[in-house]
Design a protein. Sequence first.
Length: 434
Amino acid sequence: MEIIGKVELKAKWVIVLPFYLFTFLPISAQKQNDMRQAVEYLASQELGGRFPATAGDTLASEYIVSQLRSLKLKPIVKGKKNIGYFQDFTYGKTPEQERTTHNIIAVLPGKDKRLKHEYIVVGSHYDHLGLGGKDSGSRRPDTLAVHPGADDNASGDAVVLELAKHFKKERSPRSIIFAFFGAEEQGLIGSKNFLEWMKKDDAQRKNLPVDKSGIVAMVNLDMVGRMRDNALSVSGTGTSSEFKVMAEATAEQTNLNISCTPDGYGPSDHASFVAQDIPVLFLTTGGHMEYHTPDDVPSTLNYDGMQQTLDFSKVLITRIASMPTTPDYISVPSTNKMKHGKFKVTLGLMPDVMGASRISGLRADIVVAGKSAHNAGIRSGDIIQEIDGKPVTNMDDYMQRLSELEPDTTIPVKVLRNEETLTFQVHLMPAKKK
């Protein structure tokens, strides 16, 4: 932590050129260019991985605020220039560990006299892991290097900034809060602090609802930069009675394949809202091998896919913002029964968390060379149908099967490859202890 704090960082200012220089670009290409620029800045080496309360955190905040100010969106505190967009908070278990950072909050008032008193939060987190290291959450804890966080979550920040531009121009019946949360990687701290702050009587909270009861829905974008096969995961579709129908209609309109998960739990900021009985939708394009490593860099992102996510988000948020009645809240138990499970074994593969396969089973997105599955003959793209004689139809089944297995044993794994069913004997390696 101290090493991160001592990294010398220099500002990399983004030059805003006159609009007429870009008028030759199609609108979609211009938006992609803007998103690429945002990602390349936020995930640059100069920002050092955006760890909370570092110089990189400050530069990222200044960049995001400059974009919000250019749109003339309302800050949460009037008359304080850039600082008016900040909601500060301090976290840390001991005085030595304490850090002060902030959420960045801007508000777009609704245009409907009746509905403008209801607010939709459109959010993403802007922090990341800094230089990584032990206990940082890095998947390479022995490597001290900048973790740029291009997909996690400069991608979400870039899309939310474009959404702010869109709704500033088009307006919305309901009011929209654009939120960029800090310290998400440390345990959703920013979003939790935002909701706790909304419970309090704070005279400085000028442009927000009177309290959190005014927030009627939350849409969270986290890791939306690696779309594959036109597939997008949408969680929380069961937290309000109309959300699933809206999401499916939006997918059809925007030509995307979506996988819906009813509950609104998960390791990102939407979980803080569903815990407060607020209906949520969580959009993500899923994990990959570069997640939480120094290799999560801007060049690995699918910017066409980000444009597709942006288009989907515009339509979906517009539908929610235009609902004639307040979205109801439905409590949905978590479907991820093993989300806190600790596995003794690993197959050495990354499953398709999107669930995009139309065939029963779980596709192995990436099979790591030299690990158990690869050594047995399983390859990327194989669809896992059984582990140790028990069916695997989705991610929950897969995690349940892993939880039942012991290291240094050999078990059969049945897969579908093209149209051929194959069974491999996999010798299980022990999972690394954290």
